[in-house]
Design a protein around this ligand. Structure first.
Ligand SMILES: Nc1ccn([C@@H]2O[C@H](COP(=O)(O)OP(=O)(O)OP(=O)(O)O)[C@@H](O)[C@H]2O)c(=O)n1
Ligand SMILES: C[C@](O)(CO)[C@H](O)COP(=O)(O)O
Length: 227
């Protein structure tokens, strides 16, 4: 780990259309603290001591500064403006890193229940094998819909992808030079399209993405130890 420098790009540049709240979901309170602050804190506490980059929509930077003051939030971080799609937000964060030995975890601000273990495992696998992407096996049966017909898939072959998605700098830089494509829904799809093989690392059922209002309620219950 000697010459390696660890980074975390926390992407929070989205507008939360599916949540449809007055302020974007990453700033809503979870146990009295904005969702995004829980995510940043878990990275800050991680023994890899990553440098933290927070990507925000330009229009939310003033709100973020206000929340930092209100919550006496003193974790060191660099803020950068995001872009139209998650892809552009990650790219803007990545532009700030030029350390050739860097290992970079990209994490959704809206996955506040990520564990220290998942983060550490992703950093270590990426260090050894170039990349690591947190994922969990599907607990439901899965079907593929094509040309109006559905067909059962082998559930054991299907994984649900989470974040962190962690990469050596060279892989991520090469991949993010590609032109944006709408099938780039995460970093793994961008890096894979650039020709790299993706390694999956065990994620966690609790590391879900807060997408709808019920997800926030579920996260509260987990924090309260009710679940
Ligand atoms: N242009 C964008 C879009 C998304 N994100 C971030 O990527 C993560 C995962 O995206 P998602 O859950 O889809 O967030 P939103 O795009 O905000 O939600 P929605 O699709 O419902 O609008 C979030 O932390 C979000 O803030 C981002 O940094 N920049
Ligand atoms: C990155 C991600 O959270 C992995 O599951 C997901 O792809 C984000 O997708 P969204 O369409 O931005 O919700």
């Amino acid at each position: 780990m000697d010459n390696t420098h660890f980074f975390a790009i926390i992407v929070a540049g989205g507008s939360g259309k599916r949540m449809n709240t007055e302020i974007p979901k990453q700033f809503l309170l979870l146990k009295g603290k904005p969702v995004i602050m829980h995510s940043i804190e878990t990275f800050y506490r991680n023994p890899h001591q990553p440098a933290i980059i927070v990507v925000l929509n330009q229009n939310d930077i003033a709100l973020w500064e206000q929340l930092v003051t209100e919550h006496d939030f003193n974790i060191p971080h660099t803020v950068v403006a995001g872009g139209a799609e998650r892809f552009h937000s990650v790219k803007n964060g990545l532009d700030l890193i030029d350390d050739k030995d860097a290992i970079i975890a990209v994490h959704d601000a809206v996955r506040p229940l990520v564990t220290e273990k998942t983060i550490s495992n992703c950093y270590q696998t990426a260090l050894k094998s170039g990349n690591a992407v947190a994922a969990i096996p599907s607990k439901d049966s899965v079907r593929l819909v094509k040309n109006g017909k559905s067909e059962a898939l082998d559930r054991k072959a299907v994984y649900l992808v989470q974040t962190p998605q962690t990469f050596k700098l060279s892989q991520l830089k090469t991949a993010y030079q590609q032109t944006y494509n709408s099938f780039f829904t995460d970093d793994a799809s961008v890096v894979e399209h650039a020709g790299f093989t993706i390694n999956l690392e065990a994620g966690d059922e609790d590391n879900f993405k807060i997408t709808f209002k019920t997800d926030l309620k579920l996260a509260e219950s987990i924090f309260d130890g009710k679940l």
